[in-house]
Ligand binder design. Structure first.
Ligand code: ASP
Length: 304
């Protein structure tokens, strides 16, 4: 069984504000990304390339808080975080607080393949991007009116909040797992804040022996709980199911600390899990047995 699952961020959407037009945009964006990832898997490609391509499609979609459409930070600019991890080799690449990079997940993949490092940040990451030849954009490329309104709201209420982060997990026909995440982080974030998405083990993790996981929501909690790795460790050391491990990570541990969010995961057999402790998490899945779907709210659409 080869398969892919994606998410477009937990908790940021007010279910009551979901108009039919907005719902349609989410389903369309999720389906585009699913197709981008799944076509890699169908053509015998790797889980790693599948999650990279799916996340790039979400980064190019202004609806989501990654790449074009990333949220504004306190200073009114976009600082982007992304990570990718290969479950077969345990290689990983990540970038944090990077500006101008059109597809941060592509840069993360470059860091993984072309450098001796795992995580590059800020100006240094931008310098690396120039040398790697990845596409750069003017800062205005990333800006959208909707995310600017979110910044104004956040400034009025003096908060920093998660929104529409993206992620993908996949299993390819060789049984290899991979995970990738990308985000603009929190609206109104300050002081070079970096969330869980580019932190390997916190927001993004993959291990062929267990599972691939992407988290979304209140990043500080996922960092403290090392949530993505925690799910993998529960499978490895306690032998419990993916479903039970995700439930413990989100409904017990995250909830107990007062955090809000969700995760998507695929285990080594191709079982998919998508869970959250909030009302919405746009998500989609596609499996080689023909099952596919997209959903936004909970408890809408469970995977059979
Ligand atoms: N987890 C992301 C962060 O804290 C935000 C999100 O998932 O929307 O940067």
């Amino acid at each position: 069984m080869y398969c892919i699952a994606i998410h477009g961020g937990a908790g940021s959407l007010d279910a009551s504000a979901l108009t039919p037009e907005l719902e349609k945009l989410y389903h369309e964006g999720l389906n585009r990304a699913l197709n981008a990832g799944y076509s890699v898997l169908r053509h015998c490609g790797s889980a790693l390339d599948a999650v990279r391509n799916a996340v790039m499609a979400l980064e190019d979609d202004p609806l989501f808080n990654a790449g074009k459409g990333a949220v504004f930070n306190f200073d009114g600019v976009h600082e982007l975080d992304a990570a990718i991890m290969c479950g077969k080799t345990h290689e990983a690449g990540a970038v944090a607080a990077v500006r101008h990079v059109r597809n941060p997940v592509l840069l993360a993949h470059n860091v993984m393949n072309g450098s001796e490092y795992v995580l590059l940040s800020g100006e240094g990451a931008l310098d690396y991007a120039r040398r790697a030849g990845v596409a750069l954009e003017e800062m205005s490329y990333f800006s959208t009116p909707g995310k600017y309104r979110q910044l104004l709201d956040a400034k009025m209420q003096r908060f920093a909040r998660p929104s529409d982060t993206v992620g993908a997990v996949a299993r390819d026909m060789h049984g290899n797992l991979a995970a990738a995440s990308s985000t603009g982080g929190l609206t109104n974030k300050r002081f070079g804040r970096v969330g869980d998405s580019p932190v390997i083990g916190a927001g993004t993790y993959a291990d062929n022996a267990t599972c691939a996981v992407c988290c979304t929501g209140d990043g500080e909690y996922f960092i403290r709980l090392v949530s993505a790795y925690d799910v993998s460790a529960m499978l490895r050391y306690r032998g419990i199911s993916l479903e039970e491990a995700c439930r413990i990570a989100i409904n017990e541990k995250l909830t107990a600390l007062g955090g809000e969010g969700g995760m998507i995961a695929i285990d080594r057999t191709g079982k998919i899990e998508m869970t959250a402790n909030c009302a919405t998490m746009p998500r989609g899945w596609m499996q080689s047995d023909g099952r596919r779907g997209t959903a936004i709210t909970f408890p809408e659409a469970t995977i059979g």
